[in-house]
Design a protein around this ligand. Sequence first.
Ligand code: ATP
Ligand code: MG
Length: 435
Amino acid sequence: MRIHEESLERIDNNQWNVHSAYSESDALELLDRHDYKVGLAHIDFTNPKQVQQTENIIISSHAEWVALLGQQDQLKQEQCKKAILNGFYDYHTLPTQLGILLNTLGHAYGMSTLKKNFADENLCLLNEDEMVGTSPAMRSLFSNIRKLARVDAPVLINGESGTGKELSALAIHERSGRRNAPFVAVNCGALPDKLIQTELFGHEKGAFTGAYQRKIGKIEAASGGTLFLDEIGDLPLEQQTSLLRFLQEKTIERVGSSSSLHVDVRVIAATHVNLEQAIQEGRFREDLYYRLNVVNLVVPPLRERVEDIEVLAKYFFNKFYSEAGNGVIGFSQQALRAMNDYTWPGNVREMINKVRRAMLMCESRLISATDLGLERRSTGKRRILTIDAARSNAEVEAIINSLRQSRNNISQAARTLDVSRVTLYRLMEKHSISI
Ligand SMILES: Nc1ncnc2c1ncn2[C@@H]1O[C@H](COP(=O)(O)OP(=O)(O)OP(=O)(O)O)[C@@H](O)[C@H]1O
Ligand SMILES: [Mg+2]
């Protein structure tokens, strides 16, 4: 907006790259084309129209704004005070000394960068809707989930307790063509042997004593959608046989019925036990295993993706923030270290519980290791990564930084990394990094 050309030139000569606009539309057009860090507004703050136009411009930018006030007494006006407080990082009253103005602009630049970094970090958190993770292992899991969503094959998910097996199954379903039909989960280990059959296949009225009503089983309830068979390793042998028949024939018979019913469901199963060993020990049918394990997905434990620990902890902190309401604002460095050093036997589920509890129990502004219940159990040693994992992490970090710096300009990022564009594309594919 209005400022002496000559002052602008002097700012321009001081390591700033200045673009000027003399109308709202010019300014909005420039903002469309450039991502400015700092804005300087020289308007008449007593003119409501100009104030409104400037607000529109500020809202459309990610910059920190500095106001140049024409006269000292403008600040006494209510409207001017409000406009400055709402939209500006700082203000100068003209005439001002260039050195001081440059100093303010420098601080505004720093603040703008800080905010941008913070926003970028939070952006990484919300990967794949509710599935959070930035480690190479999770990127690869996300990429596999996307691929598996496109096909209809059965999937067997392996992973330790609390790693996110069910969440992965749900993520596949929600990205698949079946997303508008039900996702039905059955915990095969939670029901007594006798009930599992009717739970899965349903029963007719009068099928046995106490069957007063027809009951639709979980398989039928999932019709058109996805059936998630959790803890499949716990399914009794007898039901394994019935399930195998269903997978082969795509039909079910409700208990007490003599006719069979075609049901179209995709089956995703999960287990935390080693099914191959269960087969060796005669506890699991090998033919069923091959039917279920057409594609295998492994959800890695938290200790193998240390990079995700802090990201997840902060994500859950934000999630439970409104519930805490006791002035807690984040994690202390010592708490973050303790979380990194801990081996998380209960994985993400355990982290949710620990963070939630710590937020409620915390008596200061920052959560400590003690609030998390980690003070004694931590080993004090930093986890040692394999050379391959360390190399892979370093590659991901360098690629993300160079893309960020070059604002996703592949050629420029490749030059910074001293590799060809083809190599950069290959590496991005390898680590599932997309722009
Ligand atoms: N990557 C993730 N991002 C956000 N939340 C997650 C992530 N992984 C797991 N969770 C959360 O952690 C909890 C445990 O996940 P989930 O139930 O999918 O794990 P599981 O492997 O099926 O566990 P279990 O073996 O106990 O059945 C859930 O509340 C889930 O929403
Ligand atoms: Mg589960």
